[in-house]
Design a protein around this ligand. Structure first.
Ligand code: GLP
Length: 251
């Protein structure tokens, strides 16, 4: 795994956006796996800025998002589809038909999970998957204890995730209790995994996930086994990890 240490969130966003841009430039028709949460917002702003300058072209890019709440329709500002449209898709020249987010309103939710895996397969797999990191080590919505073997599936959100995500809702009661998420197997099949982490509140989980033991209790720890894992984190998020240089390659 390679680790880029950024001095702050702005530099982290710029470095990670650079890596995504390189992927788009090397393969204009690439499949990007995208993430929501607050961490990727700076990246999406940076990518938009470079697009506006004429330095990036999304016209052939396809995207698949990691997850979506069950029961929120796409017009709901808390839905991940709405988040992606407003933070990236509506701001660049991507063909909206080439953007994919699981449908949390599907009548047949199990069928939706199977179709999502088939879709990823039909697209030829994910070239680069962007990931944030939950405080309990979740990636996408794969909560502690989740089997490493699963493809896209339905999950019940843990109380700590509901609590953490409630900051974006009017009240805790408004946070959906279930979601559809790509599974760990789906994520591990991506060609490159790009994980970002920012802030002191992520320092413990960054250390445990990438320097601790590999266990389903810390879902992100499985990424230690990925052949091409890139971590971009700021000094605060790396403050409890043994990283001294701005660029480190382990194993
Ligand atoms: C949510 C998302 C995850 C995200 C996590 C961390 O639960 N489903 O994909 O990584 O939150 O979010 P943040 O970046 O806001 O800390």
């Amino acid at each position: 795994m390679s680790i880029y240490k950024a001095k702050d969130y702005k530099e982290l966003s710029r470095k990670a956006a650079n890596i995504i841009s390189a992927q788009i430039i090397m393969k204009p028709s690439c499949v990007l796996g995208l993430a929501t949460g607050t961490s990727p917002i700076g990246i999406y702003n940076q990518l938009t800025e470079w697009y506006e300058k004429g330095d990036l072209d999304f016209s052939e890019v396809s995207t698949v998002n990691l997850d979506e709440y069950i029961g929120l329709d796409t017009a709901n500002p808390q839905s991940y589809r709405y988040f992606m449209n407003t933070n990236l898709f509506d701001r660049v020249n991507i063909d909206i038909h080439n953007t994919n987010v699981p449908n949390g309103m599907a009548a047949d939710l199990e069928g939706e999970c199977d179709s999502y895996d088939n879709l990823i397969h039909m697209l030829g797999g994910i070239d680069m998957q962007l990931l944030g990191l939950g405080h309990n080590g979740h990636i996408g919505f794969n909560e502690p204890g989740e089997s490493f073997e699963k493809g896209t599936h339905i999950v019940s959100l843990s109380q700590s995730t509901i609590d953490a995500n409630s900051r974006l809702f009017e009240s805790k009661e408004d946070v959906p209790k279930k979601a559809i998420t790509m599974g760990i197997r789906t994520i591990m099949q991506a060609g490159i995994v790009l994980l970002i982490a920012s802030g002191k509140d992520k320092a413990d989980i960054v250390r445990d996930a990438f320097w601790g033991k590999i266990t389903p209790e810390v879902p992100a720890s499985v990424l230690q086994l990925h052949k091409n894992l890139i971590i971009v984190a700021d000094e605060d998020a790396l403050s409890k990890s043994p990283v001294t240089d701005n660029y480190t390659v382990l194993r």
